[in-house]
Design a protein around this ligand. Structure first.
Ligand code: NDP
Length: 480
């Protein structure tokens, strides 16, 4: 059986304790590889290697750092079919999604920050009384990057690429649930000639590896994407050590559909924003609010489209939804569907586990599920389910829908559908979210600030925001 290895100091190696974890293929429910169950000893080795590498990487000319990172981007492109197949197998997502979204975006992350760093400049402030200030931005040192399972290589590289571009050395932990493409990335880094120790990838459980990264005194900053509860645990441990923190956490995003929208576009995109990646994207619009005058029409057309979605094994070209990531996650999502019914909701379509045949009989598949008739404050409408489940709720006024949209502890993303631009801007200003999409969803420009408000996170990723996070800022004041 294939064994995934840690990537420490430029080498692929087994964990110090020689303990291993099973890696399960969600489409079949079968163990298909093993990953290191690393612990603080491996994190210590990785940090030591990173500290050493920092002495040269931090002063390597930007153009050279950029060249190596662009080489990594090219290799990701070259190996796209292999990486997409690995991602789909590891995560359960349709192969076509991994091929068209996940892996191209991982390539773009490296390419974007490889070139972005060439254009990164800092401010200067002239004073009237003959002095000038300028801002120095220097790499921080060793930084930790911890990422989740839903968009494995996509989110892993979204952190690693700006950290490396800015001149830091990295100790990174992918989700233990989806480690395979991070492992393949370590092979790519070796092939691209990334100097040893610049990037270290340590596999294992959050409570061991993630915790050791959070607590290691030599790791100066943590960039984390994952659940809000985990984010709180990390923040509590990192705060007394005064580590820099970037936290991208959960969401419960509103998708607001006004009667004056372009109906067909809103309908088509809402199906995607509800069920893409089995609803396991932090940006999915899981609460759909529909203006009452078009509620019935939208609901019926939406349910009809959802009924036409195909749940199938990931390599089936006809699959719209694949498997959810794990058995515990499937059980969690199904328990929320049960809860929704206990809370008075009506399941309009879906609601059940899907049982495929043959090799896939023990995979983790769930029907895309649409529920109506729930109070906006009930648990189903307040807690993150992170699966193929959406609720429909009618509204009568802008004021009412804003109250409902802003009622959760989260504030990551939102979508507004209206042809009235004034109303769209008004809504954008008042929705409590880090991202507002107007008449679109998941349209991403890597230069824009990305992140959430309230319990959806602290700090912003993307573009120069990420490069600022991964640098230390110093004001230099010169009297002329
Ligand atoms: P988790 O919070 O469970 O895990 C995220 C990462 O943190 C994993 O690598 C995990 O390891 C690790 N981890 C777990 N416990 C600790 C700990 N005590 N210390 C340090 N690290 C730890 O999230 P999921 O993987 O379940 O991902 C789903 C969540 O991610 C959802 O809430 C989703 O909304 C959020 N998310 C947010 C995004 C954003 O940009 N805001 C984007 C994508 C997802 P292990 O796998 O071993 O548990």
């Amino acid at each position: 059986m294939q064994q995934i290895l840690n990537y420490i100091n430029g080498e692929l190696r087994a964990p110090v304790n020689n303990q291993w974890l099973d890696n399960v293929e969600p489409a079949t429910g079968k163990v298909y590889s093993q990953i290191p169950s690393s612990d603080a000893d491996d994190v210590a080795l990785a940090t030591e290697a990173a500290e050493k590498a920092f002495q040269t990487w931090s002063i390597t000319p930007v153009a050279e750092r950029s060249r190596i990172m662009d080489k990594i981007a090219s290799l990701i492109e070259e190996k796209l079919p292999e990486l997409a197949a690995a991602e789909s197998k590891d995560n359960g997502k349709p192969l076509k999604l991994a091929s068209h979204v996940d892996i191209p975006r991982a390539r773009d992350n490296f390419h974007f920050f490889a070139t972005g760093i060439l254009h990164f400049a800092s401010e200067s402030h002239a004073m009237e009384d003959n002095a000038i200030n300028y801002t120095l931005r220097t790499p921080i040192g060793v930084v930790g990057c911890i990422s989740p399972w839903n968009l494995p290589l996509y989110l892993f590289t979204w952190k690693i690429a700006p950290a490396l571009a800015a001149g830091n050395c990295v100790v990174a932990k992918p989700s233990e649930v989806t480690p395979m493409t991070a492992y393949l990335l370590s092979e790519i880094c070796i092939e691209a000639g990334l100097p040893k120790g610049v990037l270290n990838i340590v596999h294992g459980l959050g409570q061991h590896v993630g915790n050791a990264i959070t607590e290691h005194p030599k790791i100066k900053a943590i960039s984390f994407t994952g659940g809000t509860q985990t984010g709180a645990t990390i923040a509590a441990k990192a705060a007394p050590k005064f580590k820099k923190l970037s936290l991208e956490l959960g969401g419960k995003n509103p998708n607001i559909i006004f009667a004056d929208c372009d109906f067909e576009k809103a309908l088509k995109t809402s199906v995607m924003s509800s069920f893409a990646n089995q609803g396991q994207i932090c940006l999915c619009g899981s609460r759909i609010f529909i203006e009452r005058s078009i509620y019935n029409k939208f609901r019926d057309a939406f349910v009809e489209k959802v009924n036409a979605l195909n749940v199938s094994y990931p390599t089936d070209p006809k699959a719209n939804l694949g498997a959810v990531v794990s058995k515990p996650h499937m059980e969690k999502v199904l328990s929320y569907i049960q809860l929704a019914q206990e809370e008075g909701g009506t399941v309009l379509t879906g609601g059940n586990q899907v049982h495929l045949s043959d090799d896939y009989a023990n995979g983790y598949y769930i029907e895309p599920t649409v529920i109506e008739g729930l109070d906006y404050l009930c648990r189903t409408n307040q807690e993150e389910i992170f699966g193929p489940v959406v609720t429909l709720t009618p509204f009568d006024s802008e004021e009412e829908v804003l109250t409902m949209a802003n009622s959760t502890e989260y504030g990551l993303a939102s979508t507004v559908w209206t042809e009235n631009l004034t109303k769209a801007h008004r809504m954008a200003q008042q929705i409590e979210a880090g991202i507002v999409w107007i008449n679109c969803w998941l349209l991403r420009d890597l230069r824009t600030p990305f992140g959430g408000v309230k319990n959806s996170g602290v700090g912003r990723e993307g573009g120069f925001e990420a490069l600022k996070f991964f640098t230390e800022t110093k004001n230099v004041c010169v009297k002329l």
